[in-house]
Design a protein around this ligand. Structure first.
Ligand SMILES: O=C(O)Cc1cc(O)ccc1O
Ligand SMILES: [Fe+2]
Length: 440
């Protein structure tokens, strides 16, 4: 695979980035390729084509508006028809395979493929909610891959891809440049942006939240103040990098819940310069500024929100991305792990590494759990017993990185997820044997 024209190594270990979530970024791989003072000069520099990519309606408020101007070797419009190709195990909302399921579900790690499988072929949908054609809701996917995408590029018109690598790095060659996402990072690929996933390591596994709704943004901080949680400057956008390749490339487009493909005679990753706000980001979850209680009680996990996709109802997210990162617990006279609860929001959780403080065993790296709307859950029996009698010294939780996709509507699983061999059939047992301790 040719390196893109950007002057860095092929595995992307020392890539250049531009910092700042929501910035009006601008970048050119060839000096002078970005028009100055206007978006669409009569002739763009060097014979490039100017093209706007809009991720929000033209008229959305300036604070939410997302669009980028791309200066490319060929306009995206120059392509042959798309035709349907098999969806593999990729599914989209509305999810109607099976009845919505109130049971608590948990899975061990997704097995790695034995046959050659690239990122797109390796996508397996767990479930989701909403309606892809109304741009509401989410699809939750796992991926497991062992080969780079070859002469193949992907994009989703249905939603943005929030990718959470769990094993193996991903080199993401996007229209707007390169990102290298390692386990512990997340990558956010906006709706419609084309990308190719290459694997610097032998295998890659992780999770995807495909957000059909309003683009993820940083949460407001309210009384927290002007700083904290995920800081805007820690989000990294790529610098322009382009491929100048006149050869057959399959462009796969997820549209309306199905995969469509067209054979291009050139690489569509041919953007030489761009500016704008509809851009991919890389974020290192270890940079998250974890806040918590320094007096008593376990705060709700909304204080761990990295990114939120708002709905039309203030305070109600279509989807939140929440991280449980290393932190100190100091609460006095407090049951410190996550409490028992039932929640109107639905909670899908995954584990990048280590352990999670609500579960003594069974919730393992690469695995997942789904606690749907109003399903009772919380610490398992071992955790409850341990934390109820633990000595409450300051304690560092530093052996894990867990995350949650929390969403406003129940997550309806796919038949594939329910019948998967790595589903743990006896998950309910972790709450068995919680003693009756009532002694009035
Ligand atoms: O269920 C979970 O483990 C996620 C979670 C964590 C927490 O600290 C409080 C509530 C909650 O849903
Ligand atoms: Fe929960």
């Amino acid at each position: 695979m040719d390196a893109q024209h950007s002057g860095h190594g092929d595995e992307g270990k020392d890539l250049d980035y531009q910092p700042g979530f929501g910035n009006e970024h601008s970048t050119e791989a060839v000096p002078g390729a970005l028009p100055v003072g206007r978006n669409a000069p009569q002739r763009a520099p060097f014979g490039l084509y100017a093209e706007q990519l809009s991720g929000t309606a033209f008229t959305e408020p300036r604070s939410h508006n997302r669009r980028s101007w791309l200066y490319r070797i060929r306009p995206s419009a120059a392509h042959p028809p798309f035709h349907r190709v098999p969806n593999g195990a990729l599914r989209s909302a509305p999810f109607q395979d099976v009845d919505p399921d109130p049971n608590r579900l948990r899975w061990g790690p997704l097995p790695l493929p034995e046959e050659p499988t690239d990122f797109v072929q390796g996508l397996i949908t767990v479930g989701g909610n909403g309606d892809v054609l109304r741009r509401e809701g989410i699809g939750i996917h796992w991926y497991a891959a062992n080969t780079s995408m070859q002469n193949r590029v992907f994009s989703s018109a249905d939603g943005e891809f929030l990718i959470v690598p769990q094993q193996g790095a991903l080199l993401l060659r996007t229209e707007l440049g390169l990102l290298r996402a390692e386990p512990g990072h997340v990558a956010l690929l906006p709706r419609g942006v084309r990308f190719r996933v290459e694997l610097p390591d032998a295998t890659a596994r992780g999770y995807v939240c495909e957000n059909y709704g309003r683009p993820f943004q940083l949460p407001d901080l309210g009384p927290i103040g002007a700083n904290g949680l995920a800081n805007a400057r820690d989000f990294l956008a790529p610098v322009a990098a382009y491929e100048d390749r006149d050869e057959s490339i399959e462009v796969v487009n997820k549209f309306g819940g199905n995969l469509w493909a067209a054979e291009y005679d050139h690489s569509p990753l041919d953007v030489v310069a761009w500016h704008g706000t509809h851009v991919p980001y890389l974020y290192d979850l270890h940079r998250f500024n974890v806040l918590g209680s320094i007096s008593y009680d376990h705060p709700d996990p909304s204080i761990f929100t990295v990114l939120t996709s708002p709905s039309d109802t203030p305070g109600l997210a279509g989807a939140d991305f929440v991280v449980f990162a290393p932190r100190w617990l100091v609460g006095e006279d407090t049951f410190r792990p996550p409490y028992f609860h039932r929640n109107v929001m639905s909670e899908f959780m995954g584990l990048v590494e280590g352990a999670y403080d609500a579960k003594a065993e069974g919730f393992v790296p690469g695995g997942a759990s789904l606690h749907n709307m109003m399903s009772a859950h919380g610490p398992d029996r071992t955790t409850f017993d341990r934390a109820s009698s633990a000595e409450l010294r300051p304690q560092k939780i530093d052996d894990g990185l867990a995350f949650m996709f929390e969403t406003r509507w129940p997550v309806v699983p796919t038949a594939h997820a329910l019948t998967a061999g790595h589903r743990q059939e006896r998950y309910d047992a972790v709450w068995e044997g919680l003693e009756r301790n009532f002694r009035p």
